[in-house]
Design a protein around this ligand. Sequence first.
Ligand code: DGL
Length: 273
Amino acid sequence: MTVPRILVFDSGLGGLTVYREFLGKMPDASYLYVADNAVFPYGDLRDEELVIRLLALFDVLIEREQPDLCVIACNTASTIALVPLREHFEVPFVGTVPAIKTAGEKTRSGLFSLLATPGTVKRRYTRDLVERFASHCHVTLVGAECLAELAEDFMRGKAIDRERLAHILKPAFIEHQGARTDIIVLGCTHYPLLIDEMRKVEPWPVSYIDPAPAIAKQGQVVLQRLFGENLNANEERAANRLIYTGNDGIVINIGDYLSNIGLHETSRDEIIG
Ligand code: DGL
């Protein structure tokens, strides 16, 4: 019997939205959450810089932690680095990419928007998803400046500036020939942390697609393929941990939140120095 080791990775706290879903589906797995806070936000990094950094980080993390599954709980990283990561390492990687296909299937008005980091919005990967799965729709791509940072501040107890949030969201709400945007794809794992706040300032009600449940489902499928019947045994397992690069600010004021989702151990770890 095996307790699977799952490494969930993001630039910051956004990937916790994905970790929570994994935990709900596979509570008996052993989790390591890694936040590469030293260079947060990833949305501002150049593509090559990001790929080089991710390969270097995972070189150390895989060797040291021996995960059975790596989850890139970050759209900005997945849309550029998933292919090279899969090429370089044997361990399976599950990524997070914008849920364009789902939105294309679900929209009734034919108008939906992708809200993501500027990095994700400009990627070829994202544009290809729109061409492949939503060419029948009117898709608006919104590269939101600073929204991931706003989500992190909110997590640490800072009140949201509603006017600012409304201003960031406005370009995602489109009226065209009598139809209105009815779905917003949350293309950054930080954004589901702000859903309730978004609802307070949206010009009209829309559905928000949070990809986390689908990612956790995919992770479970991959692990079941690897371990078959031997998965999720109630065995002794190591405590779930969160490690982060950069400064300690990332964990300020969120101890209770982390404890509630089973992350009792947090520590700073330079990983690649
Ligand atoms: N959580 C990350 C994502 O899903 C991005 C935040 C950042 O820019 O670092 O894209």
